[in-house]
Structures are given as structure tokens and as C-alpha cells.
Design a protein around this ligand. Structure first.
Ligand SMILES: CC(C)(COP(=O)(O)OP(=O)(O)OC[C@H]1O[C@@H](n2cnc3c(N)ncnc32)[C@H](O)[C@@H]1OP(=O)(O)O)[C@@H](O)C(=O)NCCC(=O)NCCS
Length: 173
């Protein structure tokens, strides 16, 4: 059974999360811009929150698609991350995270990243557990769902082909 009857379907807006964080000196890399790892941490945090709100279960990250850093984020910028569940499978959920950097003094806003991540909901034994279906209310949501479905198909195809080999010089295997 894919989605049990007793789990009501949920709308995209039911789990949407926005997280805002002022970038401070301790977020800086040695170049003075914000460390990419800090943005990646916030992306994972806001993505997990949206999925937890959708599933009302603990979730774990199983996949993070490539993230491009096309422009730097500066110390003093307000980083605004918005996460929306774009697709659900049986136990997995894809979330789309949009990252915007705002200069709070001028109001100038730059869209700096879009990231796609997949989370799995877990039951009390740490096993994957079914999540609510997603109610798609708009044509845009239906398009995003179709695109996410295709991304997920490709991820699972790549997972099937994956070979993990140790780095040269690494001990054991
Ligand atoms: C999450 C976990 C329990 C799933 O176990 P599993 O044996 O892969 O379980 P399944 O094969 O049933 O997969 C569960 C779901 O995840 C999806 N999934 C698994 N690997 C995936 C991947 N690489 N990319 C996308 N989706 C994936 C499956 O398609 C399935 O989705 P569905 O139920 O919607 O069809 C296991 O992979 C795990 O513990 N991973 C580590 C998670 C973690 O600790 N993350 C933080 C890293 S520090």
C-alpha cells in the first residue's frame, strides 16, 4: 500500500518554510565572503524542515543535487531561504530550496541558488515510512512535480550505477 488511507494528503503551502539569517563575520571564509558550506547547511536545514512539516516525521537527507555558486554572498547580507516540497514518492520527498541574498540597507535582492534535495521519512524504528500525498493546486505545482519526478528517476538510475572505490593511497576498502 503506497499511501495509507488514514494519512491525509497535504498541500504544498502546508509545509512551505522560509528561513532568514543575517550573515555575520563568523560565517565568512578567509576571502571575506560567506562560506559555501554555511549556505549548504542552511539549505539542508530548511529543506529538512519542510519535509518534516509535510510528513510530521523525522527525516534524513538521502540526496543533494549539484549546487552552483554563481555569485558571492557578503557579510551583512540577509539570506532568505524558501523550501517547498516539489514531489513525494512513497517514503521520499523532493524539496526545492530557493536562496535569495538581500542587502538590508538598499533592499537589493539577488537570487543566488536553487537546490534540490531528497529526504526520507522514518518510523520509530528508523525505517522508511509512507508520507502523505501532495495536493497539486496549480499548473506551476503540477509542472514542478513532473520535473521532480524526472529528476528522481535519474537519481535512482545513477544510484543503480554507482561504484564506490577508495581514493588512491586510502587504506582498506
Ligand atoms: C534513508 C535510508 C534509511 C533509506 O534506506 P534504503 O534502504 O535506501 O530504503 P529504500 O531503498 O526503501 O529507499 C527509501 C526511499 O528513498 C529513496 N532513495 C533512496 N536512495 C535515494 C537516492 N540516492 N536518491 C533519491 N532517492 C533515494 C527511494 O527511492 C525510496 O523512495 P520511495 O519510498 O518514495 O520510493 C538509508 O538510505 C539511510 O539511512 N541513509 C542515510 C541517511 C542519512 O543518515 N543522511 C544524513 C547523512 S550524514
Amino acid at each position: 500500500m503506497t499511501h495509507p488511507e488514514h494519512v491525509p494528503a497535504k498541500r504544498v503551502s502546508d509545509s512551505r518554510v522560509t528561513l532568514s539569517q543575517l550573515m555575520q563575520p563568523h560565517h565568512a571564509s578567509y576571502l571575506g565572503f560567506v562560506h559555501g558550506g554555511e549556505i549548504m547547511r542552511l539549505i539542508d536545514e530548511v529543506g529538512a524542515l519542510a519535509c518534516m512539516r509535510h510528513a510530521r516525521r523525522p527525516v534524513v537527507t538521502v540526496a543533494v543535487d549539484q549546487i552552483f555558486f554563481n555569485e558571492p554572498i557578503r557579510i551583512g547580507d540577509l539570506v532568505i531561504l524558501t523550501a517547498e516540497v516539489s514531489y513525494v514518492g512513497r517514503t521520499s520527498m523532493e524539496v526545492e530550496v530557493q536562496v535569495v541574498a538581500e542587502n538590508p540597507l538598499t533592499g537589493e535582492r539577488r537570487h543566488t541558488n536553487t537546490a534540490y534535495l531528497v529526504y526520507v521519512a522514518l518510523d520509530e524504528h528508523g525505517r522508511p515510512t509512507p508520507v502523505p500525498r501532495l495536493v497539486l493546486e496549480t499548473e506551476d505545482q503540477r509542472r514542478r512535480f513532473r520535473e521532480a519526478e524526472e529528476r528522481q528517476r535519474l537519481r535512482l538510475q545513477r544510484r543503480g550505477q554507482r561504484r564506490v572505490t577508495p581514493l588512491e593511497g586510502e587504506e582498506g576498502g
